[in-house]
Design a protein around this ligand. Structure first.
Ligand code: GTP
Ligand code: MG
Length: 199
């Protein structure tokens, strides 16, 4: 898929104020604060449309972007960073989870996981929560430029093992780096091939 247009639509503090279009396929990017969600969105769209920062907790609202006048890409607040304020944490739990459960046109959630760090309880809890609520997701291992390919394989296996404690089958994954520009085609292919699933 070629990205020919990227439009920022709005930032919403709740599901009630999200765009009303119910027939537009939607894809949300979520993960721990600072994992690289906004950077990935900029890489995918070849733009600087999502705000990035080295300070965790930059994204605080549900941000909708319309891509190719066809599908929504959504930048969500991060979860689980120790230095993020209590208010930011409560925000994630309240409106982000409500959005993920109730948004009917949401096709996939892309869950970003920093490839360098060992499986974190908070990511497992979040993925288990998605599973319990039957919300389809794909894992994206981010920042793969930071480690070599042997360590990348080791980390993917480590994550596989920790998921197999709870899951019979491990959800799909894609390896990415916004810095070294890796993973874009695989992610955009997933989107292209699933857009028709919108109810
Ligand atoms: P919040 O909005 O706070 O939840 O963070 P986020 O997940 O949107 O992260 P963001 O994209 O703002 O990036 C956080 C930091 O990681 C920034 O300093 C980025 O430059 C850096 N970063 C993001 N992606 C990559 C990557 O692929 N490789 C490397 N080396 N650094 C990255
Ligand atoms: Mg962000």
């Amino acid at each position: 898929m070629k990205i020919s247009s990227v439009k920022f639509i709005q930032s919403s503090p709740s599901i009630a104020s999200c765009p009303k279009e119910k027939k537009v396929p939607e894809y949300a990017f979520v993960g721990r604060s600072n994992v690289g969600k906004s950077s990935l969105i900029n890489y995918l769209t070849n733009s600087k449309i999502a705000k990035t920062s080295s300070i965790p907790g930059k994204t605080q609202l549900i941000n909708h972007f319309l891509i190719n006048n066809q599908w929504f890409l959504v930048d969500l607040p991060g979860y689980g960073y120790a230095k993020v304020s209590k208010k930011a944490r409560a925000n994630f739990n309240h409106f982000t989870k409500q959005y993920l459960i109730e948004r009917k046109n949401l096709i996939y959630v892309f869950v970003l996981i920093d490839i360098r760090i060992k499986p974190q309880n908070i990511d497992l809890l979040f993925m288990n929560w998605l599973g319990e609520n039957k919300i389809p997701f794909i894992r994206i291992f981010s920042k793969c430029d930071k480690i070599n390919s042997i360590d990348t394989k080791k980390k993917v296996l480590e994550h596989r093992k920790s998921l197999l404690k709870y899951w019979e089958e491990v959800p799909e994954y894609i390896i990415s780096s916004s810095k070294s520009k890796i993973g874009k085609n695989l992610i955009l292919d997933k989107i292209e091939k699933s857009k028709h699933l919108v109810p």
